[in-house]
Design a binder for this molecule. Structure first.
Ligand code: AMP
Length: 564
């Protein structure tokens, strides 16, 4: 099965979800299932196994969380956990737990994230009190299974989330061991951004007649993204997105732009934020009456509003003549949605611009879109404050030029003449330009938005600074980083992913935070942020890497032999 475009007809109710869940989704402002949700939820609700290709940003978490919640026995029946979700990192364990909390809040669902680095005592207490859903990194899950504190007898569903990432981090054996400890008749769900042969191997061994969902075929076969649209993406941390959007709009100065958001809530918040920054923004989403929507569209057409902030559902079927820019405030949930959105500009031979804000974790989704559309989306750095100043000067200059070409300057001659007695004409002109610039908002002070380098994003490509082995060895660690010494190395079969897996699985760091890794015959050196070094050492005290319990400490100054 492949993911098809949601044609606007499928609703969450059509997927057979119970009313408590439908109410929660509506309160969260979710207007329709994402394509992956449309395909995955019905078979999962029926209890089928599933192998799904889905990256972060597709809505995959809700795709497995909603069916798990749907199938939950009534609260208080006294059994052990009914679902175990395995995830590669602590960061994701927290995110997935929060998602379960959010969706299951009216059902009274008890969710527990378990990962290394958090006090085990609290986890033990929570497990004893009883939980319905456990979200765990493989290392810590095994630890609890070994202690007999995680009872898997009542388990109905196991989800392997970001399975390729877990394999890359060296968790393959742990996963096998955990699955062997679960009931045979369980439902097994595997989500992975990529489907390499190793994932197929796991699927063959552990999934029973799974439904297969792969992304992007519909768009690849169907339409092509229009070549007249210039497509650019910017990597931005979530907290800087409103500022980044403002910056881009200032530089691009669109005649009219549509900004796509995921939910109603996001539309309302962003509309307010953009109005606060001095734009004329209007919200458009499915929670609005037809009459309200008509008014919004009229304002846009009349040019009394220049930004439309909308959900996909609300924007469906709109045809806006003067639209020059499409902005994806998040990476859309499927390549098809991207193609749809950017098809709104670049019509009838006019050129359009599509801008996409990408959070670092969504970077892989961008790659999927490029693969499907067979078009490159260039990732560029956000304009800096200096770029913005230069652009604002340019706009002031253009405004003055236009003014000079019009013939209505006479009334101001007396002002210039009276000043000319006292000042040089150039000085007078400079003062006038300054006033014009300031009154158009051109002198507003802006803060720099931190740049995220694409090179540090995708560790799969092995492109991170300091790799491959050996490049930085013998020099001091990179700025702000500390180097940790592990007494295991090549002779113990250690690979970089084993070290990344152990650190990301046991501490609050994610793979991205980890710097250069050097593997010598009998030891390894790994750079981590200095501020987190002691916490990582403490977290790894109980960890095993390739079956060994390593000694981990800060590297001593003298330790500068070249690894062999
Ligand atoms: P995920 O791919 O699971 O990381 O989800 C990406 C984001 O999309 C999360 O912020 C979700 O809250 C949001 N999301 C998931 N499903 C929907 C939906 N059907 N409509 C709107 N937003 C959604």
């Amino acid at each position: 099965m492949t993911v098809n475009e949601n044609d606007g007809d499928t609703t969450f109710a059509d997927l057979g979800l119970r009313s408590e869940l439908l109410d929660v989704l509506s309160a969260l402002g979710y207007e329709e299932p994402t394509p992956i949700q449309g395909e995955a939820i019905p078979p999962l609700v029926e209890g089928r196994d599933l192998l799904g290709q889905a990256a972060t940003g597709t809505g995959k978490t809700a795709a497995f969380a909603l069916p798990v919640l749907q199938r939950m026995p009534p609260p208080g029946d006294g059994g052990g956990p009914v679902a175990l979700i395995l995830v590669p990192t602590r960061e994701l364990a927290v995110q997935v737990s929060e998602a379960f909390h959010r969706y299951g809040r009216t059902l009274g669902t008890r969710v527990l994230p378990i990962y290394g680095g958090a006090p085990i005592v609290r986890q033990l207490q929570a497990l004893k009190r009883g939980v319905d859903i456990v979200v765990a990194t493989p290392g810590r899950a095994l630890d609890h299974i070994g202690r007999g504190t995680l009872d898997l007898r009542d388990l109905r569903t196991v989800v392997l989330d970001e399975a390729d990432e877990m394999l890359d981090m060296g968790f393959a054996d742990d996963i096998e061991e955990i699955l062997a400890a679960t009931p045979e008749e369980r439902q097994t769900v595997l989500f992975s951004a990529t489907l390499p042969p190793r994932i197929d191997g796991i699927a063959r061994r552990h999934l029973r007649d799974p439904v297969r969902i792969e992304m992007g075929h519909a768009a690849a076969e169907g339409r092509e993204a229009t070549p007249l649209v210039e497509q650019t993406a910017y990597l931005v941390a979530r907290s800087h997105k409103p500022a980044a959007l403002g910056r881009l709009l200032d530089i691009e100065a669109p005649t009219a732009a549509i900004i796509f958001c995921r939910t109603r809530e996001e539309v309302d918040q962003l509309t307010e934020a953009m109005n606060g920054r001095g734009y004329r923004a209007e919200a458009l989403h499915g929670g609005m009456e037809q009459e309200q929507r008509d008014r919004v569209m009229a304002r846009l057409r009349a040019g009394t509003a220049d930004l439309l902030v909308a959900t996909d559902v609300a924007a469906r079927g709109l045809d806006i003549e003067q639209l020059t820019h499409v902005v994806n405030y998040n990476v859309p949930s499927a390549p098809e949605a991207y193609v749809h959105r950017i098809g709104r500009v670049g019509r009838a031979g006019r050129e359009g611009v599509a801008l996409t804000l990408v959070e670092p974790r969504e970077h892989r989704m961008l790659k999927s879109i490029e693969r499907v559309t067979k078009q490159r989306i260039s990732v560029e750095r956000l304009p800096t404050v200096a770029d913005l100043r230069a652009r604002r000067m340019e706009l002031t200059r253009a405004a003055l030029e236009e003014c000079l070409l019009q013939d209505d300057l006479e009334p101001f001659r007396v002002v210039v003449e009276s000043l000319a007695d006292e000042f040089d004409l150039m000085e007078v002109a400079l003062a006038a330009v300054k006033l014009a610039h300031e009154s158009s908002g051109g002198a507003l002070d802006e803060e720099e938005i931190p740049e995220i380098s694409p090179r540090t994003v995708d560790k799969r490509g092995g492109q991170r600074d300091g790799r491959p082995d050996g490049q930085r060895y013998g020099r001091g660690p990179a700025g702000g980083m500390a180097r940790l010494f592990f007494n295991v190395g090549r002779s113990a079969g250690i690979r970089p992913q084993d070290l990344v897996g152990a650190i990301a699985g046991e501490s609050r760091l994610s793979g991205r935070d980890i710097g250069a890794i050097e593997i010598a015959e009998r030891f390894s050196l790994v750079e981590v942020p200095d501020s987190a070094a002691d916490e990582v050492i403490a977290a790894l005290r109980r960890a095993t890497i390739k079956g060994r319990r390593p000694t981990v400490r800060r590297e001593r100054e003298t330790h500068t032999r070249r690894p062999r």
